[in-house]
Design a protein around this ligand. Structure first.
Ligand code: MLT
Length: 324
């Protein structure tokens, strides 16, 4: 039985019971899959959202980390889950690049999901270990050009935001670095702080507190304007790398075939979560902000995601940067 036929068989009973089902939903804990290791930026965003959505829906939203393969293992888990609203995915810009980057996946990277709504768009930072002999981005560029593969750069696997940002950094300098993949930039951060990792490009939700504490060195933010939570950090353009701009959008997804009433219920709960003052403050403290209520709707998320897939496809094809 093909996956699509199996999915239709799974969805049929749900479609018949939809009105009653959606009214009672949820009647048990919802699992929110994070496709990267615990402690990283995706996990941070997911846990903040899950807590508030659980409160709103009168139940619990339990985060489960399914890392590996650049976020595709976790995405596969949701794409092949029962479309009943009890397994959802919190993922980021990887959902825009994976359809072009991976040519052999065991799930449908585009048609396997129902977008629920967007969450936030997070700036990235270029960071280094504390004792790296470079005091600013210009000195870092000189060091990278001198040491080349003698320096290593961590990422969370092919298709991860840290991988994409690292690729942009290396191609901007025309210098290849030794890349070290992890199941998420949470564990990678431990090795950056410990000094076995030299460099990383990661989201402010994972780097802000480390930069402030002085346990790692921040060189630049990858947005066109400075981030209020790190006012002393220059933009890459200010620091001598014009045109280096990348930020990481995040969204929620349900398996394809999830009843529209349930997707709407989840989106409504997401929108309420994004308006909770404590969550807004925490996002701001970590260098980001919630999207608007309209951007947290399925329709907006779908058009944004579709456009992002189209944006990355020619870039990946031109670089032949396929994952397999
Ligand atoms: C993470 O949550 O570990 C990161 O988002 C991984 C990445 O995309 O670099």
């Amino acid at each position: 039985m093909s996956q699509l036929t199996r999915r239709a068989a799974l969805a049929a009973p749900l479609a018949l019971a939809t009105p009653a089902l959606a009214q009672a939903y949820p009647t048990r804990p919802i699992t929110m899959i994070v496709p990267f290791a615990a402690g990283g930026p995706t996990d941070t965003v997911a846990r903040l959202i899950a807590q508030e959505m659980g409160r709103d829906m009168g139940g619990s939203v339990v985060v489960e980390n399914v890392g590996g393969a650049g976020g595709t293992l976790g995405a596969q888990r949701v794409a092949t889950a029962r479309p009943d609203g009890y397994t959802i995915l919190c993922h980021h810009i990887g959902m825009g690049v994976i359809p072009s980057l991976y040519r052999r996946l065991s799930y449908d990277a585009v048609n396997g999901f129902e977008p629920i709504g967007m969450i936030t768009e997070v700036p990235m930072t270029i960071v280094g270990k504390r004792d790296l002999p470079a005091q600013n981005l210009a000195e870092l560029v000189a060091l990278v050009r001198q040491r080349r593969e003698g320096l290593n750069m961590a990422n969370a696997g092919i298709g991860a935001a840290s991988h994409l940002c690292g690729l942009l950094f290396q191609s901007a300098l025309g210098v290849p670095l030794t890349t070290v993949p992890y199941r998420g930039t949470g564990p990678a951060m431990n090795d950056l702080v410990g000094g076995t990792i030299d460099l990383m490009c990661d989201q402010t939700t994972n780097t802000t507190e480390q930069i402030r504490a002085g346990t790692i060195r921040g060189y630049a933010v990858t947005t066109t304007t400075r981030v209020s939570s790190l006012p002393e950090l220059p933009t890459a353009a200010e620091a001598g790398m014009p045109g280096f701009a990348v930020s990481v959008w995040h969204g929620l997804y349900a398996p394809r075939g999830t009843p529209a009433e349930i997707v709407t219920r989840l989106s409504t709960s997401l929108q309420k979560a994004l308006a909770v003052p404590a969550l807004v403050q925490r996002f701001n403290d970590l260098g980001t902000a919630p999207v608007t209520a309209e951007q947290a709707t399925p329709a907006y998320h779908r058009q944004f995601w579709t456009a992002d897939i189209a944006r990355w496809r020619p870039v990946i094809q031109a670089a032949s940067a396929y994952a397999d």
